[in-house]
Design a protein. Structure first.
Length: 182
């Protein structure tokens, strides 16, 4: 099914891509396309809090958490999984339309709005060429500029990569499955 105006949008021909941030999946799988790296589960992001000197004192005093956990809604979770830098904006719009149908109408505007919201929070970027694994976009990878503690026992967050997703070596570099190297 053709999507009206997708090729005329400013993001047409671009590759939305996650930036380095720790993320994992939780909950049951919802409707989703049968694509590598897409589970249909909800996504949660973990982001280290940055404090100035005074805030650090207050945080210790009040035992504030050292990280923010940001759960994404089902549509943004699907967008997050689809935005691997290897799918074009048009492909993502098509998949979002297939999964969410009328809930997503108008799909081009709603998908672009989701990308823009994630971009404003420095969680996503839009590339002009296909992603070449310059940074880690897989689940469970702590970005080099953050220090996050290990997940607490009992948290039901799955940070294991799915088939076709990059894995993270101990060095923190992303590696792709053997059949997906450029």
């Amino acid at each position: 099914m053709d999507i009206v105006d997708v090729s005329k949008h400013a993001y047409a021909g671009t590759y939305p891509c996650r930036v380095p941030v720790w993320w994992g999946r939780y909950g049951e799988a919802g409707a989703h396309p049968d694509l590598d790296g897409v589970s249909g589960r909800r996504i949660v992001l973990r982001i280290e809090k940055r404090f100035n000197r005074f805030e650090r004192i207050l945080a210790r005093l009040f035992r504030a958490p050292r990280e923010v956990r940001r759960p994404l809604d089902p549509k943004n979770s699907m967008l997050w999984e689809l935005a691997n830098g290897r799918r074009t904006f048009e492909e993502i719009c098509y998949q979002m339309n297939e999964v969410f149908q009328e809930e997503m109408a108008p799909v081009v505007d709603r998908t672009a709005s989701g990308i823009d919201a994630l971009k404003r929070r420095n969680l996503m970027t839009v590339l002009s060429t296909e992603f070449t694994s310059k940074w880690s976009i897989g689940p469970g990878a702590v970005p080099e500029h953050q220090t996050l503690a290990a997940l607490a026992e009992g948290m039901k967050i799955d940070a294991e990569p799915l088939d076709g997703e990059p894995t993270v070596k101990e060095t923190g570099e992303a590696t792709l499955p053997a059949d997906q190297h450029n």
